[in-house]
Write a protein that binds this ligand. Structure first.
Ligand code: GDP
Length: 294
């Protein structure tokens, strides 16, 4: 599965012979390769450092496995730790209330609006009666985009196109959700290209007023090193209950997953895998771990 990395580590360790046990010197050589592989996969360097320290401890205490060479053994340890660090099992949505509210937050371009429609479609297929709304009062195009997507998937979209108060729109949408007996309300919020205090504050107020079951932070898998700062800013200012990683169909190896999970401690619940509505699935830590290792 992760043969490329195993081979790479193997060739580094070759001159140490095919000893059954991972000794300290061999381990450091192997860890160097793993560190590079993780950095190449775009995992944040601080997250990588912490991860490597954990692996060092695990590997030193690891038992010798018969018939497995040190490189394979090390990669297995790394893979298992990576799966664990990515959340272990897949994390499900936690919708307790009726109606349940899902708030989507994230930067502009992260794929938030597309994800709102994908999630609505996902829940609709489970038989839920879903309402979508856009609290993006800054970009009329964003409201229009959601309206079109809603029409495409047959999910109603509540809009107040001339309203400039994002909190009011969210509250009005929630009232409609209750009055008309919907199961779930999905609120798409405004995003900007960079972290913006005003916008974080607006999202925080929407959260306060609508008391969502889930606050899902949407982030593009191609974000790179910056992902940690963005995730931390949203988590500190607004808070989040989970993460949706978009554009997993890109060339990115998905190291951002480890970075954002590492810095927020919140589970990654879904992955966007393309531009189409159906390109959306539950996040599987083991699959992504294999991909990160290359
Ligand atoms: P927003 O500004 O965060 O609301 O982002 P949008 O939903 O408008 O998405 C920005 C761009 O990313 C659009 O061109 C989407 O089609 C595209 N996009 C969103 N999710 C994915 C994904 O999972 N894979 C790919 N390839 N493109 C995506």
């Amino acid at each position: 599965m992760f043969d490329a990395l195993a081979e790479r580590i193997q060739s580094t360790l070759e001159k140490f012979g095919r000893k059954g046990r991972i000794d300290k010197e061999t381990l450091e050589k192997g860890l160097r390769e793993i560190k590079l592989a993780l950095l190449e996969a775009d995992v944040n360097y601080k997250v990588v450092s912490n991860f490597i320290s954990d692996i060092r401890e695990k590997a030193l205490g690891a038992e010798v496995v018969k018939g497995v060479n040190p490189a394979q053994q090390l990669v297995k340890i790394v893979h298992d730790e990576l799966v664990e660090a990515l959340g272990g099992e897949e994390a499900k949505l936690n919708l307790k209330n009726k109606p349940a509210v899902i708030l989507l937050i994230g930067l502009q371009g992260s794929g938030k609006t597309t994800t709102a429609a994908k999630l609505a479609n996902f829940l609709k297929k489970q038989g839920k009666k879903v309402l979508l709304t856009s609290a993006d009062v800054y970009r009329p195009a964003a409201m229009l985009q959601l309206k079109k997507l809603g029409e495409k998937i047959g999910v109603p979209v509540f809009l107040e196109e001339n309203e400039k108060d994002a909190v009011k729109i969210s509250k009005d949408a929630l009232k409609k959700t209750r009055d008309e007996n919907y199961d779930v309300l999905i609120i798409d919020t405004a995003g900007r290209l960079h972290i913006d205090e005003e916008l974080l504050e607006e999202a925080r107020r929407i959260r306060e007023e609508t008391n969502p079951d889930e606050v899902l932070f949407v982030i593009d898998a191609m974000t790179g090193q910056e992902a940690v700062n963005i995730a931390k800013a949203f988590n500190d200012a607004v808070g989040m209950t989970g993460i949706i990683l978009t554009k997993m169909d890109s060339d990115s190896r998905g190291g951002v997953a480890l970075s954002v999970k590492g810095v927020t401690g919140k589970p990654i619940k879904f992955a966007g895998t393309g531009e189409k509505i159906e390109d959306f699935e539950q996040f599987y830590p083991d699959r992504v771990a294999s991909r990160i290792l290359g």
